[in-house]
Design a protein around this ligand. Structure first.
Ligand code: TYD
Length: 208
């Protein structure tokens, strides 16, 4: 028996965690076994990687950064995601390999297809059943971030965030069956309803 793997993607501050939390509550009400997790993080090794890549003073070379995210992902998939899917759980995850392709591949240094290959190697080719992309222009996302502490990546210019955004949209175009692209400017409850409509057919077989 296998569960269902749903990931949320998008730029910083587009509302991913709000939507992930709403989906989790809805699925649990129906009696699903739900595992909600995130990358980077989600395991002790992952939390250490998170500290290394997000909260440090020194520069990390682009290839080192890509490898750190891939190492986090390898550990997370092997010890959390695959075991949960194997027992029939629904895994709801904040960020996955598309984030690596969009962020590490948007610095104009690494080839996005190589970054993707690295993640697929790290995870032994695990792709989500559904990826919800919350799309928001860089300027609107920055307005939402104001007042929140900036980490290093968040402090980079809007131009970088706009490249990341376009990269996510290209990924969605390339895999229309896996992606649900939503306009992140819509009200929270409208977005939650659209997410539920897409998830419902995936999870229905898990309870029967
Ligand atoms: P996080 O605090 O989770 O941001 P958010 O709340 O916006 O999801 O920080 C994650 C940051 O790490 C985010 O700026 C994107 C970046 N990231 C990568 O660059 N590559 C990756 O593979 C992942 C998973 C995240």
């Amino acid at each position: 028996m296998t569960g269902a793997f749903v990931t949320f993607e998008g730029g910083d501050a587009v509302g991913k965690s709000t939507q992930a939390a709403a989906l989790q509550a809805w699925l649990q009400q129906q009696g699903h076994d739900v595992v909600r997790t995130r990358e980077p993080g989600g395991t002790p090794l992952g939390e250490a990687v998170r500290e290394l890549v997000l909260h440090r003073e020194w520069a990390v070379a682009p290839r080192a950064e890509a490898l750190l995210y891939a190492a986090d992902r390898a550990q997370h998939v092997a010890t959390v995601v695959r075991p949960a899917l194997a027992r029939g759980a629904v895994v709801i995850q904040d960020r996955y390999l598309d984030s690596s392709v969009a962020y590490q591949g948007s610095g104009r240094v690494l080839d996005p297809s190589e970054v993707r290959r690295l993640s697929l190697w790290a995870t032994e080719d695990l792709l989500p059943d559904l990826t919800v992309l919350l799309d928001l222009p860089a300027e609107a996302a920055r307005a939402r971030r104001t007042g929140r502490g900036y980490d290093r990546l968040e402090a980079e210019e809007d131009a970088f965030h706009e490249r990341v955004r376009l990269s996510f949209l290209r990924l969605a175009d390339a895999e229309p069956d896996r992606f649900l692209v939503l306009d992140g400017a819509q009200p929270t409850d409208v977005l939650s309803g659209l997410v539920r409509d897409a998830v419902a057919p995936l999870v229905a077989p898990l309870l029967s």
